[in-house]
Design a protein around this ligand. Structure first.
Ligand code: ADP
Ligand code: MG
Length: 445
């Protein structure tokens, strides 16, 4: 600070631009209230190595020998079974084939197709910055926010963009990461697992909140993180909540996540919802009157996925009925729940999705096996059928291969009680419900 000017050091050009463009007036006004002589605030990008918070610094220090020592210690620990009581079913044991790095990417999840509004502009800017200069400024990038608000779209846009530049990319959901890890541990293929996760320029783990409470997984995310970070490779996470709010996430991972850039996505405001609807119409080459678009945007506020679902249904109606579909009719249909409804689920779908989630078969669930790996998913299936479909206990018993109604009642009671204190169980159930009601998720039955 001198007579007329204050210089503020910031970690990146992105921060500089944000402060300059968005907050400069506020900052200057506040400073002038304290010392009127200051006429200007200057923002200077300062090497983060010198200025970084402790969390980042400690990662850098971990390089070299130290890192290797820590890694081998953690690997030792990993071989001994976890003492976490939920470990048994929190970590699936039978695993599908491992994914290829870009297999799960959707082509249309691009920056071009992403509508920016005040609810997501910071997340969007950070994602673009990462796509332009991976592994430099915002590492890791952590995007959080509610369901259907564009997290997956944004991070896949990063992946799609870097894929075009021939970068080596690994995009996984935390589900897939966990499955792959458990499989590799079981089959003695950890070297291969590590090599695959460390050979990338960009690692994305979508919905990281589900590693909460899963110890072995957290160790490996931590190891992978340190290795990639030390080599200036980009890491991106999404979650439904900020790191500090992920219960049973261990502190050192929390501090790694917090050492980078954390941004949120919120529910888009009306103008953005309109813009999204218009953009989706253009993508589908379908014209819809503005008046109808306004009704949809006004009525459906919760999230973009539902907005899109409603749009598709209304387009379907217009294709059938033409001009008979008026804004008033659309309003009535949404009001009456005919447009904006979730997928109708049945017990077969619940059994399929529970089996799939725990990497067992539907026959396992229907069997009499008392093995924990099977008995617990079975109890969860019983609980969900009761909660979601409101079937009677004897009825559910029948559906589950002729179990006694008291068995079902016991299972339902147990899960209902356990869910309160067992975060891992709660997460499993949330995830299963998401899969159940998400129309994009295929089910066999
Ligand atoms: P999340 O991962 O946060 O649950 P998704 O990224 O899966 O949400 O988004 C749900 C749907 O909404 C996707 O089809 C996505 O393309 C769309 N979407 C979300 N936000 C936007 C946006 N700002 N612009 C365009 N489409 C969006
Ligand atoms: Mg998502």
């Amino acid at each position: 600070m001198d007579e007329k000017e204050i210089v503020i050091c910031v970690p990146s050009a992105f921060t500089r631009d944000w402060l300059e463009n968005k907050f400069n007036v506020t900052i200057l006004n506040s400073i002038q209230k304290i010392t009127g002589s200051i006429k200007r605030v200057k923002y200077v990008v300062q090497n983060t190595q010198k200025q970084s918070p402790k969390a980042i610094q400690s990662v850098i220090n971990l390089k070299n020998k130290e890192l290797k020592e820590k890694k081998s210690k953690i690997e030792e620990k990993e071989k001994t079974p976890s003492t976490n009581p939920h470990y048994q079913y929190a970590e699936p044991t039978i695993i599908p084939d491992r994914p290829s790095g870009t297999a799960l990417l959707k082509d249309n999840y691009t920056f071009e197709n992403f509508i920016v509004g005040s609810s997501n502009e910071l997340a969007h800017a950070a994602a673009q910055s990462v796509a332009n200069e991976p592994g430099t400024r915002y590492n890791p990038l952590f995007i959080y926010g509610g369901v259907g608000l564009g997290k997956t779209h944004l991070i896949q846009a990063i992946a799609n963009s870097l894929n075009k530049k021939n970068k080596n990319i690994l995009y996984v959901t935390s589900d897939v990461f966990i499955s792959d890890l458990m499989n590799s541990l079981k089959n003695g293929r950890m070297e291969d697992f590590k090599a695959r996760h460390r050979a990338v320029d960009l690692l994305i783990i979508d919905d990281i909140q589900f590693i909460g409470g899963k110890e072995a997984t957290q160790y490996e995310v931590f190891n992978t993180f340190n290795d990639l970070y030390a080599h200036n490779k980009q890491i991106v996470f999404t979650s439904d909540r900020p790191p500090s709010a992920i219960k049973t996430l261990n502190d050192r991972l929390k501090s790694r996540f917090e050492g980078g850039m954390i941004v949120d996505v919120a529910i888009p405001e009306f103008e953005t919802r309109v813009a999204i609807l218009k953009s989706k119409c253009i993508q589908k080459s379908f014209h819809l009157d503005d008046a109808i678009i306004y009704v949809i945007a006004e009525r459906i506020r919760s999230n973009v996925r539902e907005l899109e679902g409603a749009l598709n249904k209304i387009i379907g109606r217009v294709q059938l009925l033409g001009a008979k579909v008026t804004p008033e009719l659309v309003d009535k249909l949404i009001e009456g729940g005919q447009i904006h409804s979730q997928r109708i689920v049945n017990s077969d779908m619940i059994l399929d999705i529970v089996a799939d989630h725990f990497h067992i078969t539907k026959a396992d669930i229907l069997s009499k096996s008392r093995k924990k790996d099977i008995a617990i998913p079975r109890q969860i299936a019983m609980y969900l059928i009761r909660e979601e479909l409101k079937l009677t206990f004897p009825n559910i018993g029948e559906l589950l291969g002729g179990k006694d109604h008291s068995t079902v009642m016991h299972a339902w009671n147990k899960v209902k009680k356990d869910i309160v204190n067992n975060y891992s169980l709660e997460q499993d159930i949330t995830l299963i419900k998401n899969k159940l009601y998400n129309e994009e998720n295929p089910v066999n039955s």
